[in-house]
Design a binder for this molecule. Structure first.
Ligand code: NAP
Length: 276
């Protein structure tokens, strides 16, 4: 982020906390960050954590910022947009992290022609291990794109999509994805208990295996497919399990599950965007 830009967060909850922590850890001065929220207790907590300026009036915050991050729940985004519409200036960059609300609906709610980057972060952002999909509308300049990316880079990595519909695919993969891995960890731990391990040991083995495998997949030059082939000796234990997965439609199940998430994401976006 440019050192001189001022960034304001509307909504001081979990995601705002994660991104602000990331920005400050990466060298952004707290003097260039502001927050507004309706929850005064939370605001005073954030003020003492980060020593930054806080507001209970969203429009007052917006007047003082070059970049505004919409970090409220999707259900209150329309009300927030109505609140701030007349206080934005023509160059304000809007970065929405609200799940599901499309950029053209935000643009309509804010008065047309706004510079909007819509993003889809995921929960590991809370540990700086997130991945965020980003989409920029036609009013966003290259410089604004790089500013928006630098904000989300503070909580992990980023990936641009050219078509906004692809954020539904990002939602189905990385947005909802942490829960798929939690289910896998949980199921493997339960299966370990069924094989005689105690619960704590089974959970520890399952979690550390997921972490180790992810780190190998991330750091290795081999693809996940090649890594799997390397650890699957012919007629060995891993092959016995993998064959069972494959004979029972593991990949098809995942494809269908993600299609269900994709369709749901599309449906929610349409429903929420219909509000006036
Ligand atoms: N958490 C995640 O992992 C994740 C991942 C991807 C996307 N997101 C998106 O990120 C956004 C924020 O999520 P979060 O988990 O940080 O939510 P959160 O913890 O509930 O924070 C939202 C904050 O906004 C406040 N608020 C409500 N109405 C407001 C208004 N009119 N003006 C200003 N502030 C208002 C809320 O106060 P009250 O609590 O008093 O209502 C709350 O403090 C959501 O849209 C979510 O879809 C989150």
């Amino acid at each position: 982020m440019q050192n001189s830009s001022t960034i304001g967060f509307i909504g001081a909850g979990n995601m705002a906390y994660a991104i602000i922590s990331g920005l400050i850890n990466n060298g952004t001065s707290a003097n260039n960050i502001k927050i507004s929220d309706t929850n005064e207790e939370l605001l005073s907590q954030r003020k003492s954590e980060f020593n930054l300026e806080v507001f209970t009036d969203n429009s007052e915050l917006v007047e003082k910022c070059d970049i505004v991050v919409l970090a409220v729940k999707p259900q209150v985004l329309l009300a927030v947009c109505k609140d701030i519409k007349d206080s934005l200036n023509d160059n304000t960059l809007i970065v929405s992290i609200a799940a599901g609300i499309r950029s053209h609906d935000i643009d309509r709610w804010l008065g047309l022609g706004r510079h909007i980057v819509r993003t889809m972060p995921n929960t590991p952002a809370l540990l700086n291990q997130g991945i965020t999909g980003l989409f920029a509308n036609e009013h966003v300049s290259d410089e604004q794109k790089s500013t928006a990316k630098s904000v989300l880079d503070s909580v992990g990595s980023c990936l641009w999509v050219d078509k906004e519909e692809m954020l539904d695919a990002v939602t189905a993969l990385s947005g909802s994805g942490p829960a798929y891995f939690f289910l896998m960890i949980e199921s493997m731990a339960k299966a370990g208990v069924a094989l005689g391990l105690d619960e704590n040991s089974a959970q520890k083995l399952s979690i550390q295996t997921a972490l180790g495998a992810s780190m190998m997949a991330k750091n290795s030059e081999d693809s996940p497919h090649e890594l799997r082939a390397k650890v699957t000796s012919p007629n060995g234990t891993t092959q016995a399990a993998i064959e069972y997965f494959q004979d029972h439609d593991f990949e098809i199940t995942i494809t269908h599950a993600m299609r269900a998430a994709f369709d749901k994401s599309h449906e929610i976006a349409t429903e929420l965007g219909e509000a006036e």
